[in-house]
Design a protein around this ligand. Structure first.
Ligand SMILES: O=C(O)CCC(=O)C(=O)O
Ligand SMILES: [Fe+2]
Length: 348
């Protein structure tokens, strides 16, 4: 396994919010939090109120989000800096200690306001208890897992690329940075990478000859490997393809596919952007246009470890309405309902 990523610093490209702008968002979040304190974050009423409250975001930020939503960019990422966080409890180092949304209301509602400009917030009941906004903090005993609860290097991946309704966008807001300044979130945008790929590699990546292992965070009840049917890594318009790959979990099913995957990985590794997130910074990833990963770091489990919160959005809820259980949580597709999972994945 690779030991480090090298990357160009993404921080200078960030949109910086002024203190006044941040205060306006905080006030809007606090008002919502007071009004909806008894609601689940999955409540349609609350989520519609969040969408209305997104008017509190500065118009230049909303414009940037709208442009990113519609056209993406070469990096497949957008960085906002200076978002309000409100008061914060200790970083949870056990799942049982993860806070209710009301304990991190300002950060959570601000993040959901931003996401509401990009799409519809959604979660996956297979993963992280189906929470609409999920804690990303190192968990005791999970250090070596290829999941966001781990602390070894996390390989570059499309988020839930094995899932028939993978998120179109995800965001990570930093509540607490890595005190050692080591944990960097890195991204490899297909717009940056494509010019470095030859025609033969691109043609191979467009053939349905790649299978991706379901993440261990989705497959709980079995030791068996669950793989998608063969699908392409690149799809869509020639000049602006979509990318779906996990360099930990995707395998080529032919020699040409394996060679193309290795070429792609080299090109991505040569084009990485990255940032050691600081409090109040929120990175948005266009999950169809970039892969992401994280360098390794050392947790101390003393309440002051790195802590991000993650949320997902789909561009359109209609195609998945029948698959949503309570609120905006996508029904299980894996071990608990294997037949459906495989059929759904095959249709993807
Ligand atoms: O910790 C990070 O910076 C990224 C983790 C990750 O890949 C995720 O939460 O989806
Ligand atoms: Fe991820």
């Amino acid at each position: 396994m690779r030991k480090e990523f090298s990357y160009a610093d993404a921080r200078p490209s960030g949109i910086v919010l002024s203190e006044t702008e941040s205060d306006i968002i905080e006030a809007a979040a606090l008002k919502l939090a007071a009004q909806y304190a008894d609601y689940s974050l999955h409540s349609t009423d609350l989520l519609h109120a969040v969408e209305l409250a997104a008017a509190a975001l500065p118009s230049r930020v909303r414009r940037a989000l709208i442009a990113f939503r519609d056209e993406s960019n070469a990096a497949g990422t957008l960085l906002l800096r200076g978002l309000p966080l409100g008061s914060l409890p200790a970083t949870p180092d056990r799942v049982e200690d993860e806070p209710a949304w009301t304990e991190v209301a300002v950060a959570t509602l601000g993040q959901l306001m931003v996401m509401s400009v990009l799409g519809r917030s959604i979660s996956y009941s297979d993963e992280k208890s189906g929470n609409l906004v999920q804690d990303v903090s190192p968990k005791r005993g999970a250090e070596k897992r290829q999941e966001n609860s781990g602390s070894i290097l996390l390989e570059l991946h499309t988020e839930d690329g094995f899932h028939p309704a993978a998120p179109h966008f995800l965001s990570l807001i930093c509540l607490r940075g890595d005190r050692d300044g080591r944990a960097a979130t890195v991204t490899g945008g297909i717009g940056d990478v494509l010019p470095h790929l030859d025609g033969e590699t691109v043609a191979a990546l467009r053939r349905p000859e790649f299978r991706t292992r379901f993440s261990t965070s989705f497959v709980h009840d079995t030791d068996e490997e669950v793989l998608t049917p063969p699908v392409p890594v690149l799809s869509g318009p020639e000049g602006r393809p979509d990318l779906r790959v996990d360099f930990h979990g995707t395998v080529g099913t032919t020699p040409a596919a394996r060679a193309a995957l290795a070429e792609l990985e080299d090109a991505v590794l040569g084009s990485l952007r990255g940032i050691v997130l600081r409090p109040g910074e929120l990175i948005i990833l266009d999950n169809r246009r970039t892969v992401h990963g994280r360098t390794g770091f050392t947790p101390r489990y003393d309440g002051a470890d790195r802590w991000l919160r993650r949320s997902f959005a789909l561009a359109d809820l209609r195609p998945v309405l029948d698959d949503l259980g309570e609120g905006r949580s996508h029904n299980a597709i894996t071990a608990r309902r294997p037949a459906r999972g495989l059929a759904a994945a095959a249709a993807a």
